[in-house]
Design a protein around this ligand. Structure first.
Ligand SMILES: [Zn+2]
Length: 280
């Protein structure tokens, strides 16, 4: 029996043109993001726990209170930009470590953490898992570490001694995905590449008895936007994003899929009600 738990690590306000990108390529979207004033409504910063017989798996690690309260959290070269771009709304109890304890899991016991991508609101909680192997896609690990000023990851604050596994997908198809990476012995929990938002973005497919759960990271911010041509303001490739979304939409025509993006306020209720993608 596999059970999935949502873990909301507070809320984030992003700029309006981050929420809804405007521009013909990444750089024009980034310019619009910064130039157009105003913030969108708060969105949840969500991580997930997959409770599997092999052991619990954490997907993304949420935000840390330090991003909100410690003026020196962001390194000097990233600080002005992050201050301009984000407004955090969280408390110490929102961090993933305390929440896991509340749920009966010791963060130190967690062996497996998977990141959908390296953006700060997905990776800033990595320090809660000193004994885990952290699964990044090979591309995401490279891009976050080589473009740290523009990738949106606070790599300087990641634990320097963390154990990283760079995922190499293998030719084990699942649905429309030709390659995947099995995280469990039974193959029911798999990572699949879902580029677009970042080029190394990945999602987690959980095959339960009755349904497939698709932990989508930032493939789209909501389920409705899975059906939209519009991308967010930080998306690296709109074309790759549309191809990824198209694969998921097509899969949903032949297979009940519960779609769980990180920032969709309705993901937990869809999870609870096993409400699958229906607009197909
Ligand atoms: Zn993101």
């Amino acid at each position: 029996m596999i059970k999935i738990h949502p873990i909301e690590t507070g809320q984030l306000r992003i700029r309006r043109m981050h929420r809804y990108g405007l521009g013909w390529d990444r750089w024009s979207r980034l310019a619009t993001w910064m130039l157009v004033p105003g913030f969108a409504a708060p969105i949840p910063m969500r991580a997930w726990l997959i409770d599997h017989p092999d052991g619990p798996i954490v997907v993304d690690t949420g935000e840390t209170l330090r991003a909100q309260d410690d003026p020196e959290y962001f390194p000097p070269d990233q600080r002005p930009f992050f201050k301009l771009a984000f407004r955090f709304q969280m408390t110490a109890a929102d961090e993933i470590g305390p929440q896991l304890l509340q749920m009966g899991f010791q963060p130190e016991d967690i062996q497996t953490v998977v990141l959908t991508h390296a953006h700060m609101d997905h990776s800033d909680g990595l320090h809660h898992f000193p004994n885990a192997t952290v699964f990044f896609s090979r591309r995401e690990w490279h891009d976050a570490n080589n473009n740290s000023r523009t990738h949106g990851a606070v790599t300087a604050r990641w634990p320097s001694d963390m154990t990283v596994e760079q995922v190499d997908y293998v030719p084990e198809p699942i649905g429309p995905f030709q390659q995947s990476f099995p995280l469990t012995k039974d193959g029911r929990v798999r990572i699949v590449p879902t580029p677009g938002h970042t080029m190394g973005h990945q999602s987690i497919v959980v095959q339960a008895d009755d349904l497939i759960y698709f932990i989508a990271g930032d493939v789209s911010f909501t389920e409705a936007e899975l059906f939209s041509d519009r991308v967010d303001g930080v998306t690296h490739s709109a074309k790759a994003s549309q191809e990824t979304r198209q694969k998921i939409r097509e899969w949903a025509t032949s297979q009940p899929i519960v779609y769980l993006p990180s920032h969709d306020p309705d993901s937990p209720i869809r999870l609870k009600n096993k409400q699958h993608i229906s607009k197909v």
